[in-house]
Design a binder for this molecule. Structure first.
Ligand code: NAG
Length: 279
């Protein structure tokens, strides 16, 4: 029972996460209510969840680096370990002052990615906290920004497309230097005179199945305060008509890259799921 309660506890970074690298550049703040990561020209920083999960809904609020964030990448993602790993990514690519952040999304399964979609946002992500969510169940992966779906990746195993469903994954977040590629294709470098760069995280919530490696089982908790329906909707999450409209709006107005339409890169043909992207 202990694990179920922890899985549903509202976002204390001390309980749910540990800072794993960055030599003091990552800091848990306000007794676990917040967390900040920083980057200078020596190192970035990062943290990970203490637990592994096999399906769930993962919410994080982020406030991205203000001003000139060119060359930096701030992340929030799920990943398994080892060769042939699975990964579900939110990456936030910085930009020079006044130019938009790019939200980069990708899905890796059995070590294979190449499923990028990128977006600009309809707000400035550096002035306030916004909620970024990954819903992961056995049928689909949904990426949401402030509860608006921006991308759905359906399980198309029937078409021979691998889908992340095994092994369990941890939640990770990091801030690092990627000025060889991140901003305007690597043409704009980080301005280290502005360092340290700082991104802030808060309200990390998991509503997920906690994986126990010892018993090879996962337990999906329902907290006493949630109705069964509320707590478990992520497990069957399908978009309703309103959400499909919003997804279409984001994809039409804010998507700046889609691997399913990059004919130059995929001159041998698109991945089979590209024909079936349902809204
Ligand atoms: C940075 O700004 C440029 C110009 O507005 C834009 O094309 C690009 O997508 C933005 N994001 C990144 C990461 O380069």
């Amino acid at each position: 029972m202990g694990s179920l309660v922890a899985a549903l506890a509202a976002g204390n970074f001390n309980d749910l996460t540990e800072i794993t690298w960055g030599d003091g550049r990552g800091k848990i703040l306000e007794k676990g209510k917040g967390l900040s990561l920083s980057l200078d020209n020596y190192s970035g920083s990062g943290f990970q969840s203490k637990r592994e999960y096999l399906f769930g809904r993962f919410d994080m609020q982020l406030k991205l680096i203000p001003g000139n964030s060119a060359g930096t990448v701030t992340t929030f993602f799920l990943s398994s370990q080892g060769a042939g790993h699975d990964e579900i990514d939110f990456e936030f690519l910085g930009n020079v002052t006044g130019e938009p952040y790019t939200v980069h999304t990708n899905v890796y399964s059995q070590g294979k990615g190449n499923k990028e979609q990128q977006f600009h946002l309809w707000f400035d992500p550096t002035t306030a906290f916004h909620t970024y969510t990954i819903i992961w169940n056995s049928n689909r992966i949904v990426f949401l920004v402030d509860n608006i779906p921006i991308r759905v990746f359906n399980n198309h195993e029937a078409l021979g497309v691998a889908f992340p469903k095994n092994p369990a994954m941890r939640v990770y977040a990091s801030l690092w230097n990627a000025d060889d590629w991140a901003t305007q294709g690597g043409r704009v470098k980080a301005d280290w005179s502005m360092a340290p760069f700082t991104a802030s995280y808060r309200k990390f919530n998991t509503n997920a199945c906690v994986w126990s490696a010892a018993s090879s089982t996962s337990s999906c908790g329902v907290s006493k305060t949630d109705s069964v329906n509320n707590a478990q909707t992520w497990q069957t999450q399908e978009l309703n008509a309103n959400e499909r409209n919003r997804l279409r709006w984001v994809q039409q107005k804010y998507m700046i890259y889609n691997y399913c339409t990059d004919a130059k890169r995929f001159s041998q043909g698109f991945s089979p799921e590209c024909k079936h992207s349902r809204f």
